[in-house]
Design a protein around this ligand. Structure first.
Ligand code: ATP
Length: 885
């Protein structure tokens, strides 16, 4: 038996080592840092000595008739395995900077085997005598090699030169015991651990970007394979769930194997227990060392089972965290690429749910997924062992436990409902939880009592009343106790797996949503070589917000549509376009205004240029980098500075220039933390005008070639409007050399435009400069006149209101602006001023005292560090650990 086990272990080791050598050579690059000589040579030496010793033993065994020849062959294979380990060790030192886990595990297995054989060899009455000397040399050589290998390599030159983090450098023992994390814990003894302390120390597989790249590549490949496959229909899609599993297979295989090992180690315990009880009953026939070895074996088996269990859970969590991060990145990137139609179907709340709830399932439930290896294996082993012990009588116990399963399921459901009740009333939750916990105890005890009763009645083989020996009672009780684990986990594993499956399917459906068609717009990142060539050129193009494939007509004719597609024709274009017959050219440095009444398609024209709309026909060409400032300013939850830099490198000169051009300097001076003040959802709300200027500053700092500005001056008051025009957007502003397209409702800057486009009913009705358009006396002329009249009425009302309040202030204000009643633009400027946008007022013109109070409050909320619990681990925690151990 022992010889067969030795042969199969050695054969498995040889196969494993060869696979590892192949992996190292073909999948990794040499680290090029040299070899850690004082670890390399001693370990190589120990392994060679061990192989020689075991071969010597094989030689001696071949010449004795006492021991079966198969044992000698086991030794030959063991020697061969250690020579393969020598070759592997050589490659490990070239490609890896940490000790090989494979060799490490083989060390442990071989040492334990050698100790077991030594124990038998040392026992005078145990039968055949083994050659002791080579066996001792074998065990000593391996122990020496193991000690050198287990020694942390942290101080070696190779590890110090390497940029890999503490996890990457840790050997298997260190990872199993989390020893590698000790430096961080000791930092925690002296001060608070910060994110910087663990930066770069954790496994690379946890980095969100690399995880995202791997998973999105795997998903795209799966989609491609599915599309190419002749059997797949258009309605089906590959499974994201299996794609995630396939993508993590390199990490999953060792983790799942470790689950198998945990089950095997756990079930060694009852076997050893039975042996020990047998030995205690008939201890005269065997030496004391046998009993000690059995007890030591039980200790080692539980030790390995719990070490592997921790390792398994940790690795599963790593897989869960990496998958969750990759999924969140994929959802985020997808959200940026959704077509107009898909955006209408997916609200931002729904997308946020995919990120926070659905993706989170991977982190919550991943541990349970590995249970699907453990549960069937554990059930099979325990039932087999119980059968050996009790015969078919074991069914009585097993069925009794299984009959408690629905009760457990009910218990789990009750627990779940109590959990959700927590959100409604904390007191109610406390009361119910206590009730359920106490009833859970009763049910468990009740389960044990029933099982005991069943043994007593049908304890003998095959349901006959029998004698209960200590071996039968203790061993079968241990086995039944072990059986309860997998049975109890069954409902958790099922619920969690279903939860992950449902959540992943929801994410999958989102990821399969239609995206903007990149081919709609011909883009080039660089500007045209000839400055006279346009940067934007739109030729006879029509655009729609609705997908041409989703129009009712096209849905009705879906069969025809498929036939047409297969015949290589375009689908019939039945969607009414939002924009039609668009003809436009814009050159570098051009300042173009887009004007028109509300809802005529001004913003849509900009959306069409950035590819947000479906292009129905025509040609769109765009050169250079494009910056788009939407009507609704978008601010993210970060500091004002980060909102402007937005990932770009900080350049003091450029940053200051942009702040000045956008008129943000006075605002920053007022903010409690200057430009480091946190703004966005959690921060103070900036006024609409301030947000719009931060948005403009972000675009300006990005230094793009084409600026698409959707009415950015609508929320600012007159003097800020003038400042932005003079210093940023206008002919002498910071962006003067860039192509700018400005959608505007104001009329006061139109005289300075190179080109004005009048949009009406989704098409460009008129184009030209201000005087040309006024001379046409068409839509533009009417628009300006109407606007002027409207503004004059508004202006009169406001002036009257102001005069009654503060005559002097109003006089000063209008005198300064120099209103010319014949000039609509100048009048507008004045009106915009007295409008004194409510938004801006919020940010800048409140009474000073009131602002001070608000700022103080904001300062406390925004700049305060996140609340964190500090202190040592209490005695109760230590006690809890001790009890669990
Ligand atoms: N995201 C969208 N999805 C679907 N339809 C849209 C979308 N945005 C605009 N539309 C539609 O396109 C048409 C033109 O709207 P658009 O916003 O371009 O007009 P506008 O001239 O910019 O108006 P305003 O001056 O009020 O901003 C309208 O019928 C509007 O309902």
């Amino acid at each position: 038996m022992t010889s067969r086990r030795a042969s199969s272990t050695a054969t498995l080791a040889i196969a494993g080592f060869l696979i590892r050598i192949h992996f190292l050579i073909h999948h990794l690059k040499p680290h090029g840092l040299g070899r850690t000589a004082w670890i390399y040579w001693p370990t190589q030496g120990s392994m060679i000595i061990a192989a020689t010793a075991i071969w010597t033993m094989a030689y001696l065994l071949f010449s004795t008739e006492e021991i079966p020849v198969i044992f000698a062959w086991g030794c030959v294979l063991m020697g061969a395995a250690w020579i393969t380990a020598v070759i592997l060790n050589n490659y490990e030192h070239i490609f890896e900077i940490r000790s090989s886990s494979a060799i490490f595990s083989f060390y442990v297995t071989s040492i334990l085997a050698a100790v077991a054989i030594l124990q038998t060899a040392l026992d005078p009455g145990s039968g055949p005598s083994y050659p002791l000397a080579p066996l001792v040399v074998f065990a000593l050589a391996l122990s020496a090699g193991f000690i050198v290998e287990a020694w942390p390599r942290g101080n070696t030159r190779v590890q110090q030169l390497s940029s890999v983090g503490m996890y990457g450098k840790a050997n298997l023992l260190s990872r199993l015991t989390f020893w590698f994390f000790t430096p961080i814990i000791s930092i925690g003894l002296h001060r608070i651990i910060t994110a910087d302390d663990i930066k770069g120390q954790l496994p690379q597989s946890l980095a969100a970007y690399s995880g995202y790249k791997r998973l999105s590549c795997a998903w795209n490949e799966a989609l491609l394979r599915h599309r190419r496959s002749s059997t797949s229909s258009r309605e089906t899609s590959p499974s994201l769930f299996w794609t995630i599993f396939r993508n993590s297979w390199k990490m999953l295989v060792p983790v799942l194997l470790s689950r198998v090992a945990i089950v095997l180690f756990s079930y060694t315990l009852p076997v050893l227990l039975k042996e020990l009880l047998d030995y205690l009953e008939h201890h005269e026939s065997k030496p004391v060392s046998y009993g000690i070895t059995l007890a030591f074996g039980m200790f080692t088996a539980s030790l390995f089972a719990s070490l592997l269990n921790t390792y398994n859970r940790y690795q599963m969590l790593i897989i869960g965290v990496a998958s969750r991060a990759a999924l969140i990145s994929m959802i985020y990137r997808k959200a940026l690429r959704l077509s107009a139609g898909s955006r209408n179907e997916s609200s931002s709340g729904k997308i946020a749910n995919h990120m926070s709830v659905d993706a989170d399932q991977w982190w919550d439930a991943i541990v349970y997924i590995s249970m699907w290896i453990e549960i069937p294996l554990a059930l099979a082993i325990s039932m087999r062992m119980l059968y050996n012990l009790l015969g078919w009588s074991m069914l009585a116990g097993v069925l009794t436990m299984l009959s408690l399963l629905p009760l457990q399921a009910w218990q789990a459901r009750a627990f779940q409902s109590i959990q959700s009740g927590k959100l409604k009333a904390m007191d109610e939750r406390m009361r119910l939880t206590t009730e359920v916990l106490s009833s859970m105890k009763i049910v468990k005890l009740y389960g044990c009592l029933i099982t005991f009763g069943v043994y007593a009645l049908w304890g003998g083989p095959n349901f006959t009343p029998g004698t209960l020996t200590p071996q039968t009672v203790f061993v079968s009780m241990t086995l039944f106790a072990m059986l309860k684990g997998p049975i109890a986990s069954l409902s958790d594993a099922t619920t969690s797996t279903i939860g992950v499956l449902v959540a992943t399917r929801r994410i999958q459906q989102f990821l399969l949503k239609e995206e903007v068609d990149e081919a709609d717009i011909v883009r080039s990142e660089s500007l045209p070589r000839n400055p006279l060539d346009p940067v934007i050129s739109i030729n006879s193009a029509s655009f729609s917000w609705a997908s041409p494939l989703n129009s009712p007509e096209s849905r009705q004719d879906s069969n025809e549509h498929t036939a047409l597609l297969s015949a290589n024709h375009s689908p019939p274009n039945t969607t009414p376009p939002t924009l039609q017959s668009i003809q436009l050219t814009v050159h570098q440095g051009d300042l173009t205004a887009v004007v028109g009444r509300v809802g005529q398609g001004k913003s849509s024209l900009l959306s069409a240029m950035i590819g947000d709309m479906y292009k129905l026909d025509g040609l769109v060409e765009l050169h250079g980098r494009v910056a788009y400032v939407p009507q609704q300013a978008w601010i993210c939850n970060a500091t004002l500075k980060d909102n402007i830099l937005f990932g770009n490198e900080y350049d003091e000169g450029k940053y200051r220039q942009v702040l000045f051009a956008c008129g943000l300097e006075p605002d920053i001076a007022m903010l409690p933390g200057g430009d480091l003040t946190e703004i966005g959802e959690r921060g103070i709300n900036l006024s609409g005008g301030q947000k719009q200027r931060v948005s403009l500053a972000r675009a300006a700092y990005d230094d793009a070639d084409v600026y698409l500005l959707d009415d950015p001056l609508s929320a600012v008051d007159a003097h800020v409007d003038r400042h932005l025009w003079d210093n940023l957007i206008g002919p002498s502003g910071l962006l003067r050399k860039k192509a700018r397209i400005l959608v505007t409702h104001g009329t006061h800057h139109l005289r300075e435009m190179d080109q004005i486009l009048v949009v009406k009913g989704g098409s460009i009705q008129e184009r030209g400069d201000y005087s040309q358009l006024m001379s046409f006396k068409k839509d533009f002329y009417r628009l300006i006149k109407e606007y002027t009249a409207l503004e004059r009425r508004r202006s009169d009302t406001t002036i009257r209101r102001r005069q009654s309040k503060d005559v002097t202030a109003a006089q000063e204000l209008f005198a300064g602006e120099g209103i010319d009643s014949d000039d609509p633009s100048a009048e507008n400027e004045a009106t915009t001023d007295q409008d004194t946008s409510d938004d801006e007022t919020k940010g800048s013109t409140k009474p000073v005292q009131e602002q001070d109070v608000e700022m103080q409050k904001a300062k406390a909320v925004l700049i305060g560090a996140e609340k964190m619990n500090e202190g040592g681990v209490g005695f109760d925690v230590v006690l809890y650990y001790a009890k669990e151990a």
